[in-house]
Design a protein around this ligand. Structure first.
Ligand SMILES: Cc1cc2nc3c(=O)[nH]c(=O)nc-3n(C[C@H](O)[C@H](O)[C@H](O)COP(=O)(O)OP(=O)(O)OC[C@H]3O[C@@H](n4cnc5c(N)ncnc54)[C@H](O)[C@@H]3O)c2cc1C
Length: 511
């Protein structure tokens, strides 16, 4: 019996598999498709934007250089790498990596990263483009190195659970584990089999992405183009996306034909444009739904299996990577039986509100994009607000994921946030210290008074001392394995408070 079976070898399932493998769990991933690759995952249709929060996840596990190399781009956005541009931005009018809200571009020059909450310079860029193929290949290779087995061509169609474990079924075959995580995407089979509710709002639009050739290229502009009938987006490499406010009427059981795509493109753009060739196309809607809790007994959900929404603003992958990072160490501690009481349930408690906020973010964009005078009026107001410094900061904080702060019941403003990338005088960043998946106690107080209690837990906490370049007025931090600050100590840190936080998140002293 495995410790954990993960259903779905998409980016979220593979990220979670790596987290569990790193923590020493035995993990089996079951993937329906006979092979991981699909043309829809490669550029240009597989293009995805990673937020600061996701990039940090790769950085903190030592994968940043490989991610940048696999993504085939150095076009990142951030003060370290220097402001860059999105893929296709070599094309006039293409959106820049400051991001957008409902197609309204942020001006990267107005983004003041130093004003982000508790920001410190870091090798991890604040946003970067990648593609699903690059992410999945990188993660699949890492998972294999960590001893994770991925079986392709196994479609899970049945599931039972009791107090001891879970059995997944695929045809005649059975796969038993102590825990099962459904990472099987927006149409999740696991979600239905385990009896999760799934509620939210219905579609207002059908969206399309296609890779093709336009016979009369001058007919369409580049970048986001709102029109009285919807919106289209044109990038380089023949990439076109369209939002058609048809109430989600298109039958998505079949891929859209060239004739249909051309009809929609002509109607939205108000031109006679001709799509001479469509090499690849797919459709989506803005249906927004979420499960009320991410756990039912021994079955958990992560990624699109737990929440779906429109891809506007590029948030779904980022949300899923955040789920995987949050769940991995908690489930691993539960498997090892050294998790403090209630630890696993903090996964849903922390991630559900983040998912709900992202669903609302995507709904708000659809409302602003609605064709007609009401949508236009709303858009005018939002455009004015986004043009202000505070408006830019607000939207950028949302897009980069730096707004996320879990409610840990600790009033310190840093508790529950992603840890700033403190840099020790010897050059190591805290991002480097998190590589092995253990928590980190970084004690930069002068008398290292936390050493006793940290060393009592050294299997779970890596204790590091030494002065840092910028201490942000603090003396120590306890950082969970997912990079979230569990506790922040003043210049003279209180060892009792540290111990309380260590007990709560990582368990008591080791015997
Ligand atoms: C056009 C578009 C653009 C987007 N752009 C962005 C972006 O810029 N940034 C961003 O963050 N997000 C973006 N997203 C969203 C993002 O792609 C998804 O949120 C993300 O891929 C979800 O990952 P996942 O692993 O949860 O699910 P998936 O990628 O759907 O993977 C699920 C896996 O489970 C497998 N599976 C399904 N059922 C079974 C079964 N019964 N048994 C075994 N295996 C099964 C599937 O074959 C699949 O491999 C975009 C989405 C679209 C459509």
């Amino acid at each position: 019996m495995h410790d954990v079976v993960i259903v779905g070898a998409g980016p979220v399932g593979l990220f979670l598999a790596c987290e569990l493998g790193l923590a020493g769990c035995s993990v089996l991933v079951l993937e329906r498709e006979p092979q991981g690759r699909s043309p829809l995952k490669a550029k240009p249709l597989g293009l995805r934007g990673l937020s600061a929060a996701s990039v940090e996840g790769f950085y903190r596990r030592g994968m940043l250089d490989d991610l940048v190399a696999a993504s085939g781009t150095h076009e990142v956005f951030g003060p370290v790498a220097g402001p860059g541009t999105s893929p296709g931005a070599d094309t006039p009018g293409a959106p820049r990596a400051g991001g957008h809200f409902a197609g309204m571009l942020l001006d990267p020059a107005k983004v003041d990263v130093t004003a982000l909450p508790f920001w410190l310079p870091s090798p991890a860029p604040l946003r970067m483009p990648t593609d699903l193929e690059a992410v999945e290949t990188l993660l699949a290779e890492r998972a294999a190195r960590l001893g994770v087995e991925v079986r392709y061509g196994v479609a899970v169609s049945g599931l039972t659970q009791d107090d001891e474990g879970v059995v997944a079924r695929a045809g005649e075959d059975e796969y038993a584990a102590r825990w099962l995580v459904g990472c099987d995407g927006g149409r999740s089979t696991v979600r239905g089999l385990a009896g999760f509710e799934f509620a939210g709002t219905g579609p207002q639009l059908t969206g399309y992405v296609l890779e093709g050739t336009i016979a009369d290229s001058e007919e369409l502009s580049f970048g986001f183009v709102p029109t009285p009938r919807g919106m289209y987006l044109r990038l380089g490499q023949g990439y076109i996306a369209m939002m058609d406010f048809d109430g989600g009427a298109f039958d998505r059981s079949r891929p859209p034909t060239r004739d249909h795509l051309q009809e929609v493109l002509r109607r939205i753009s108000g031109t006679d444009v001709t799509l001479s060739d469509v090499r690849l196309a797919s459709s989506f809607t803005d249906r927004s739904m979420q499960v009320p809790s991410y756990r039912r007994g021994r079955v958990l959900l992560a990624g699109d299996a737990a929440h779906i929404h429109s891809p506007l603003g590029g948030q779904g992958l980022n949300l899923g990577i955040g789920d995987a990072m949050n769940l991995g160490w908690k489930l691993a501690a539960t498997v090892r039986k050294d998790a403090p009481d209630g630890l696993l349930d903090t996964y849903s408690a922390e991630r559900h509100p983040v998912g709900a906020a992202v669903l609302d973010w995507s709904r708000a964009q659809v409302a602003v994009m609605r064709p007609g005078p009401i949508g236009q009026a709303l858009k005018g107001v939002v455009r004015d607000l986004i043009g202000t410094g505070d408006g830019t900061a607000y939207v950028f904080t949302r897009l980069s994921g730096t707004w996320v702060r879990y409610d840990l019941g600790d009033e310190h403003p840093l508790a529950g946030r992603s840890v700033p990338d403190f840099r020790l005088k010897d050059g190591r960043h805290i991002g480097d210290l998190l590589r092995d998946g253990r928590a980190v106690a970084l004690d930069f107080s002068t008398d290292h008074r936390l050493s006793g209690s940290a060393k009592d837990r050294e299997g779970r906490i890596r204790y590091v001392t030494g002065p840092v370049d910028d201490d942000l007025g603090l003396g120590a931090v306890l950082v969970r394995p997912d990079g979230v600050v569990a506790w922040a100590g003043e210049r003279v840190p209180d060892p009792v408070a540290f111990e309380r936080a260590a007990d709560r998140w990582l368990g008591g002293p080791e015997i």
